[in-house]
Design a protein around this ligand. Structure first.
Ligand code: GLY
Length: 349
């Protein structure tokens, strides 16, 4: 991995160094309507940003469209951007994904820096080079792998984040705990995310990101090991899709947390994952994220959603499972009966 991931100590100096390394002819900052209001004031008076032009886009995942992307290309073009210009993405995963794609395609690619402002984007979206937009109702359908030159992780932005969004990002940290070590998992399960100590959270964010970085360095284009980062996501995406179809609002990390419980159950029954850890994680998820309500009448629909997962090969549902904490088993297939049993377990526990 070429990207420089910085756990921020002095965002002004770090951003200034990232900009100086490129000496862009023009500088642009991409924010959404929320981060333009809440986060842009934190960085806008830095001398290194004096000439920066702010581009603002809509704030939710619904804005992650071709139209929004075109509006960013237009703003770059009208602002005089050349191949030697630079884009700084200031926001959550939607901004870093769409901004990364806009930068990767404008004049065949300009340099970009990510400053993630949500916990979810700090520990996941901003690192590892996945960029893109939603298309024809499919999430992240169009995009490229292209890493930000620098990612600056500054946990000061977390103090502006509401509790549900903090919990949402924490689910991806939990996933990183499960695919790494018992020690890190137990640290995460013991941490009080409802009353977070931001200094301790900062240390845990650094650890979490380093787990993702290690995996992405080994397998940047997700041919193998990177599928570990999909733990909890096969079931989680199905819950998200069902919620969307039923007009229920569900944050990504909540769906991942529920998906982790499902897939740890499959891990326990198929790969010998220790049941004690399954129960511990299930209890933590229940207490922190509540439950996703559905009945057995919706099993077929959930199964159908799982058949659309990007990891599937030739229509066979492919899970990432665990034999133990840190013992990653990619490309694990499960039958419809196994999946229905998993959903039974989720509803009954
Ligand atoms: N969000 C999973 C990955 O970056 O591969």
């Amino acid at each position: 991995m070429n990207q420089n991931v910085i756990i921020s100590k002095d965002i002004q100096a770090e951003l200034s160094a990232a900009i100086s390394a490129v000496s862009p002819d023009r500088l642009f900052v991409l924010a959404d309507t929320t981060t333009a209001r809440v986060c842009w004031p934190v960085v806008k008076d830095f001398p290194c940003q004096a000439e920066a032009q702010l581009i603002t886009i809509g704030a939710s995942d619904e804005a992650k469209t071709l139209e929004t992307l075109a509006s960013v290309w237009t703003a770059l073009g009208e602002g005089g951007a050349t191949r030697h210009s630079m884009l700084i993405n200031l926001g959550g995963g939607m901004v870093t994904d769409l901004g990364g794609f806009a930068a990767s395609t404008f004049k065949r690619g300009i340099a970009f820096v990510n400053i993630p402002t949500t916990l979810l984007s700090m520990v996941d979206a901003s690192v590892g080079g996945k960029t893109g937009i939603n298309f024809r109702g499919l999430k992240n359908e169009i995009g490229v792998f292209n890493e930000a030159m620098t990612v600056i992780l500054d946990t000061q932005f977390l103090s502006t984040l509401d509790a549900p969004n903090l919990r949402s990002g924490y689910a991806e940290m939990l996933k990183h705990g499960l695919i790494s070590t018992e020690e890190h998992l137990l640290e995460l399960l013991r941490f009080d995310i409802e009353r977070p100590d931001l200094e301790q959270l900062k240390q845990m964010v650094a650890k979490s990101v380093s787990i993702k970085e290690r995996i992405v360095t080994e397998d940047p284009h997700e041919h193998g090991l990177r599928k570990a980062l999909n733990l909890g996501h096969t079931a989680g995406h199905a819950f998200e899709s069902l919620a969307l179809a039923e007009n229920r609002t569900v944050l990504h990390g909540y769906a991942v947390a529920w998906g982790l419980v499902c897939e740890l159950y499959l891990s326990a029954t198929r790969c010998g994952f220790p049941t004690e850890r399954l129960y511990q994680v299930a209890q933590f998820v229940r207490e922190t994220y509540g439950r996703f309500d559905f009945t057995c009448k919706e099993y077929d629909r959930l199964f159908e959603f799982m058949t659309h997962d990007k990891k599937n090969v030739a229509g066979v549902i492919n899970f990432t499972l665990l034999g133990a904490v840190g013992d990653i088993r990619i490309n694990q297939q499960a039958s419809k009966d196994d999946i229905f049993e998993m959903l039974d377990y989720y509803r009954e526990n």
